[in-house]
Design a protein around this ligand. Structure first.
Ligand SMILES: [Cu+2]
Length: 387
């Protein structure tokens, strides 16, 4: 960020400070919700899959590049969110847009649940590091907290719940039916992309055995990629890197590199459940193309996970005054080699800045929402906090 930008940001920051919202709505951890609150969120998500497709939504990325299926009018508003994520994949991952774009997507999803489906709650989050608050002081509690975390025991996590109205469903669907979920609250959630199917999951603790090593030329970590990945979202690790702000003071690029990079906590909760969450292809879809994040938000778990990523981003922003409005990043993925990626982990030129507009493929472009507009979750269009 240039000096001019920083000065401008300070002036506007002071102006915005005066109009921060005073009573933010609280996003809660999934397991802190009551039975009824869980039922409400699951019902609203299912409802969204019956709300008609938004005719304003249209792709903006060349399909030869995005390698995604064509937009279909025979889809729902839930599917539109998936379409946005698929189409904009190369613009919103490993670029400066990553954190702001997913913050906005999660907010728009939450709003859609409220506006179209009468949902009265907020978007819950999945704290895969649960128990981290007690880590610093007591060695015994530290062990207990680690044992309570979803890391190292993700297969037995209490997130996997077969209850038909309040449960997120099992970690693995029906093997005989393309791993589609037949239990839990999403067993009837019909998805349009990349082809019509029910949400699929197939938990694996070593996802790169399935997905392949994304960085064969990474000199440091070739073997690591085939190992278990649950340590990447373990409480102590995330605590020290994100919450304690080790080494990242004022350095948005370094912070994002940790969070989204190959050893960061963003990836594993996407890859471990396999299936849609890993953008693996349904059996009835033959033009799969390259993998990647694409349709990972077919699994509603995505929104719980990304609310957690947003929570960590927010915690980091509040850790130091120089973090709060820190932003830098490019608009073009730069990942053809490991060396290139390490140099530009959050994108290369053209550079983005706080005034860059967040792309929405027609869903929200009319509002001209900039990164600046959502950098503070308690001013402007946003007014929420994390419990
Ligand atoms: Cu994404």
């Amino acid at each position: 960020m240039s000096a001019d930008n920083t000065d401008g940001a300070t002036v506007v920051a002071e102006a915005l400070e005066a109009q921060r919202c005073t009573d933010p709505s609280m996003r809660k951890e999934w397991r802190a919700l009551s039975f009824d609150e869980k039922v409400d969120w699951i019902a609203a998500v299912n409802c969204l899959s019956h709300v008609p497709h938004d005719p304003n939504v249209a792709g903006t990325v060349d399909r030869n590049v995005s390698q995604i299926p064509v937009l279909t009018n025979d889809s729902s508003l839930f599917d539109d969110f998936v379409y946005l994520h698929m189409d904009l994949n190369i613009k919103i991952h490993w670029t400066g847009y990553f954190l702001p774009w997913h913050r906005l997507l999660t907010f728009k999803f939450e709003r859609a649940l409220q506006d179209y489906c009468g949902y009265i709650g907020m978007q819950p989050y999945w704290n895969w590091t649960q128990g981290k608050w007690s880590l610093q002081r007591f060695r015994t509690l530290r062990l207990m907290a680690t044992a309570c975390s979803d890391a190292y025991r993700v297969a037995n996590s209490t997130m996997w719940d077969d209850d038909p109205v309040s449960g997120l469903g099992p970690s693995t669907g029906d093997e005989g039916n393309d791993f589609s979920l037949s239990k839990g609250g999403f067993s009837n959630l019909t998805l349009a992309y990349p082809s019509e199917h029910i949400v699929r999951r197939n938990l694996t603790l070593q996802p790169f055995l399935v997905l392949g090593n994304p960085w064969p030329d990474n000199p440091d970590d070739t073997l690591d990629y085939y190992q278990y990945v649950d340590w990447m979202f373990a409480p102590e690790y995330v605590q020290s890197m994100v919450v304690d702000n080790v080494n990242y003071t004022g350095d948005f690029k370094a912070f994002q590199y940790f969070l989204e990079g190959p050893k960061g906590p963003h990836g594993p909760p996407h890859w471990l459940p396999g299936g849609d969450s890993s953008s693996l292809c349904p059996g009835n879809y033959t033009e799969c193309g390259v993998g990647g994040p694409k349709w990972s938000n077919n699994d509603p778990l995505f929104y719980l996970h990304h609310a957690m990523i947003d929570k960590l981003y927010w915690e980091w922003q509040n850790k130091d005054p120089s973090n709060f409005y820190a932003f830098e990043g490019g608009s073009v993925q730069s990942m053809s080699t490991w060396a290139e990626y390490v140099q530009y982990p959050n994108g290369a030129a053209p550079w983005l800045n706080l005034n860059s507009t967040i792309p929405g493929d027609g869903m929200w472009d009319a509002e001209n929402i900039t990164i600046w507009d959502i950098i503070d979750i308690q001013s402007g269009i946003l007014c929420y906090d994390y419990e």
